[in-house]
Ligand binder design. Structure first.
Ligand SMILES: Nc1ncnc2c1ncn2[C@@H]1O[C@H](COP(=O)(O)OP(=O)(O)O)[C@@H](O)[C@H]1O
Ligand SMILES: Nc1ccn([C@@H]2O[C@H](COP(=O)(O)OP(=O)(O)O)[C@@H](O)[C@H]2O)c(=O)n1
Length: 516
């Protein structure tokens, strides 16, 4: 199911799309933020707006990912947080020029369609129903009087919100200026040669000038039986609540080519992350796999914190483990894929306990064979792990993983696939981690553990109190790779990532001779 929402600045596209994504559990794709991200990267590299070739190159290479924070949507470009940077007047002023370059649009459309492949999406922008998803099941052309839009934007700029406070007012002079800005940008976006702002022939027109946000969202839901069906199955709490939770004060916009505002949610953003699970409602393991750790029900959260506490205390006492270069793990909290060697069952315990102890949400990928034991599946789902079927492209696991990163969670993956009880061999690697990072637009961070092979002697059930060491490595960004084609980049990331993991492990091995 794809919902395409197009329309001019300030018509409510991002607010409606966000509300809809939360209410119906859809991925929210903010395409305006993508053009803005390209603009930021170009600006930061000092690329002139006349240097079309260089801009195109950046657009083709950019990695964009969206996440969530308590303040709202976060946007990362090439691994850097550009959430604020994309909303500056400088970007307002240049984004439409960047967005008018056909090759830039081509590159963005590829990314947008790829995000659409993940499944249920609500995308908003200027050309979604006409170019990006011409076969979208639901197309909306959302408009409002220029005056209403200017008023909303002016109020928004003062940190208030017309959606939640209909009588909010703004500085009249400022509102007048914004009205001019909005009209100018409407004209620029509608008259450009490539993918101009215009309704798709089969789009439903909704004029939101005199509608509340909830009314608009209800009107969109009413357009398609598939949406109504989803709505019936959505948890009741998310139905009307979501529209009010949606908007925060918009930091942004201004200037002629702006408007925008915090749309949020994005590309590979979470599927069901915003849906809060209710306590004692018979949530399935799948619900836990699909829901952000922050939205676990309170009893599950308490269980998790207690488990982390107990694991930290017990394992620290028993194994006296420590992680070198730990600041690389705990100080930079951006979502990423963490990869590690896997000599023992203790490896995920150490890494997850450490990260969660420092309030960094992390989800471990585990082999689905464990699910044969319902108790283990229950437990793993409650500690935020995600199952993967090895030996095939498990799209569900990939989607869940990308969604988790989109929510701002880290992913812990053991590319060796199973425990490797030998520090001297290099087993076949499951390269899915690079694909996930690529789809999610995040970095890969290598880490290693050493000493864990000594925990148990062969054929002995005794867990020995041996010391164990961890070592964190620097993140690897796709932007730093040599390869330019996506497939080659994924392959390069697989190799480089695991090279780094083994370098780290070998370093620990050298530092602690006589141990395994
Ligand atoms: N139907 C509505 N009634 C009142 N205010 C609205 C409505 N829809 C959106 N808004 C508010 O208008 C402002 C601009 O909406 P936004 O979604 O950012 O527009 P767009 O993405 O189309 O530029 C936001 O503050 C939003 O909360
Ligand atoms: N699908 C899209 C989305 C945005 N854009 C461009 O990117 C600019 C910023 O988009 P935005 O969605 O962040 O802006 P607003 O609609 O919030 O004003 C727009 O003014 C368009 O020029 C586009 O060309 N195509």
């Amino acid at each position: 199911m794809i919902v395409a929402i197009d329309g001019p600045a300030g018509s409510g596209k991002s607010t409606v799309a966000r509300a809809l994504s939360q209410r119906l559990n859809l991925v929210f794709l903010d395409t305006g933020a993508m053009y803005r991200s390209v603009s930021v990267v170009c600006l930061e590299k000092g690329i002139s707006l006349d240097d079309t070739e260089a801009i195109i190159k950046e657009a083709r290479e950019i990695q964009i990912t969206f996440g969530n924070s308590p303040e709202g949507q976060t946007v990362f470009a090439n691994g850097h947080n550009v959430t604020q940077a994309i909303r500056t007047p400088e970007i307002d002023a240049c984004v439409s020029r960047v967005a008018a370059i056909p090759e830039v649009r081509e590159a963005m459309v590829v990314l947008q369609r790829r995000a659409g492949e993940a499944g249920d999406v609500v995308a908003e922008g200027r050309d979604i129903g006409t170019v990006v998803f011409p076969k979208a099941e639901v197309k909306v052309f959302l408009t409002a009087d220029p005056e209403a839009r200017a008023h909303r934007r002016a109020v928004q700029r003062e940190g208030k919100d017309t959606a939640t406070n209909a009588s909010a007012t703004a500085d009249a002079a400022e509102e007048k200026k914004i009205l001019e800005d909005i009209k100018a940008r409407d004209e620029a976006d509608s008259s450009r040669k490539v993918a101009p702002l215009k309704p798709a022939p089969d789009a439903h027109h909704i004029d939101s000038s005199h509608m509340t946000l909830n009314e608009v969202v209800d009107a969109v839901v009413a357009l398609h039986p598939g949406l109504q069906e989803r709505d019936r199955h959505a948890p009741r709490a998310s139905r009307h609540q979501s529209t009010h939770e949606t908007k925060t004060s918009s930091s942004d916009d201004s200037e002629s080519h702006r408007s925008a505002d915090q749309k949020r949610k994005g590309t590979r953003e979470k599927k069901s992350g915003d849906k809060k699970l209710k306590a004692f409602r018979g949530n399935s393991c799948d619900d836990y796999f699909d829901t952000g750790l922050l939205n676990f029900p309170l009893p599950a959260k308490i269980f998790l914190r207690i488990a982390i506490f107990v694991l930290m205390v017990v394992t620290k006492l028993w194994f006296r483990w420590s992680i070198a270069n730990a600041s690389l793990l705990k100080d930079d909290r951006r979502p990423r894929v963490i990869i590690m060697n896997h000599p023992s069952m203790f490896d995920p315990v150490m890494m997850v306990a450490y990260l969660m102890w420092h309030h960094i949400p992390v989800r471990t990928i585990y082999k689905s064979e464990f699910d044969k034991n319902p108790l283990v599946k229950w437990l793993f789902s409650r500690v935020g792990a995600i199952p993967v079927e090895r030996g095939k492209a498990d799209m569900k696991a990939i989607r869940r993983s990308v969604a988790a990163i989109g929510r701002g969670e880290c992913l812990l993956i053991f590319p060796e696939g199973t425990r490797i009880r030998d520090n001297h061999i290099r087993p076949e690697i499951h390269g899915g981690f690079a694909l996930i990072a690529q789809l999610a637009g995040c970095d890969v961070q290598p880490a290693a553990i050493f000493g864990a092979l000594d925990i148990k002697r062969a054929n002995s059930p005794v867990i020995r109190p041996v010391k164990i060491w961890g070592l964190a490595g620097e993140r690897i960004s796709f932007a730093d790779l040599q390869a330019t084609k996506r497939k080659d980049q994924a392959r390069e990331m697989e190799e480089l990532g695991m090279d780094r993991v083994y370098e780290l492990r070998d370093q620990l091995m050298r530092e602690h001779p006589g141990r395994n």
